[in-house]
Design a protein. Sequence first.
Length: 88
Amino acid sequence: MTRTPDQIRDHAMRCFSQTARPKYDDGQARKEVTDNLDTHPDLVGALREELIDGWFYLHSLAHQLDEKDSKIAELEHQLKHYKELARR
């Protein structure tokens, strides 16, 4: 399926709208550092930690996708082989 740029944007915006408010509200309710971001003592440090976490998430996801792609390629190769055998 090929999505249009508008469909990509709209889907991303829907996902954000559905998840952003609950995540924000949960974080504020837990008061890990403060219950008001405007009074957070170290937003730069907090964001740095989030970005570092995101970096590791990204690399783990990339590894998982590489593994999936390798498995798909292997299965496609096996399928081609079995189709050739079936034609004989």
